[in-house]
Design a protein around this ligand. Structure first.
Ligand SMILES: [Zn+2]
Length: 267
């Protein structure tokens, strides 16, 4: 058994005999702006071209009951990998962490945003390079271990236009996809040398669209680094200073799944 706590959001309750109850809150949420980095799930949500199905919502009830009160309930189904979702390390490495076993300390962590929108708009096959990381660090300082690294390409503006976002809309065929993402050497630097917690992006994959070997997925998974894909609103998160909360559905044994991602940005 391992016990997981949320040290940064734990409410400290001090009760002294005869004294008033005192609540101390180490994280002052009045001093942050909350930015939702998540696309909503609906019938337009994009899945990989080879995905057997998409997001499905079945209405089970919606309306007034015989007792006179309102009641609604739905059933949903979804492949793990589509929409704004998390890739657990086991997605690309056997015996690595599943959804439910990723430590909370890695899901709630400081974040940096590396912006490659200019390069990506000029080249849809653009991949983040070690030089881009060096330039970022030259300006903002060395990326600390445990950081959630978010790559901003600007591609979320194309969501949910399948052809514009994925580069191709041929059903069942993932060979003609075109979008930017991380490059293998930059991923190696971030994962193996910086020890980051996660690689996240505003495109459909942490590997670029034309990838055939999924090296970034493999490099990350091997070190138990998880991925965040199909993020949005990264233009509203500063290069440094934000804290990201990325909590996936706790699917036991899951290789990934829908995730709500929020950035806490200092005011
Ligand atoms: Zn995925």
């Amino acid at each position: 058994m391992h016990h997981q706590v949320l040290p940064s959001v734990v409410l400290l309750l001090v009760v002294a005999a005869g004294a008033p109850v005192l609540y101390a809150q180490p994280v002052d949420l009045s001093r942050v702006r909350m930015v939702d980095l998540t696309h909503a799930f609906d019938s337009a949500t994009l899945y990989w071209p080879t995905s057997p199905s998409g997001f499905e919502l079945e209405r089970l009830a919606f309306g007034r009951t015989e007792g006179g009160w309102f009641y609604s309930a739905n059933a949903f189904s979804s492949p793990e990998h589509g929409g704004t979702h998390l890739d657990a390390p086991i997605h690309f490495a056997e015996n690595r962490l599943t959804n439910d076993r990723i430590p909370l300390e890695r899901l709630i962590a400081p974040a940096v945003v590396i912006d490659v929108t200019a390069k990506a708009s000029a080249d849809p096959d653009y991949r983040l390079t070690p030089g881009d990381v060096a330039a970022f660090e030259g300006q903002h300082g060395r990326i600390a271990a445990g950081t959630i690294v978010l790559l901003r390409t600007g591609w979320s503006a194309r969501w949910p236009d399948r052809k514009a976002y994925l580069g191709d809309d041929t059903p069942g065929d993932a060979s003609k996809l075109r979008f930017p993402s991380f490059g293998a050497e930059a991923a190696r630097l971030l994962v193996e040398e910086r020890g980051v917690a996660a690689l996240g992006c505003d495109v459909a994959s942490i590997d670029y669209g034309q990838s055939t070997d999924f090296m970034v997925h493999r490099i990350a998974a091997e070190r138990d680094v998880y991925g965040l894909e199909n993020l949005t609103s990264l233009d509203d998160v500063p290069a440094t200073g934000a804290t990201v909360i990325a909590l996936p559905m706790k699917i036991a044994g899951g290789s990934g799944g829908p995730v709500r991602v929020v950035a806490l940005v200092p005011r």
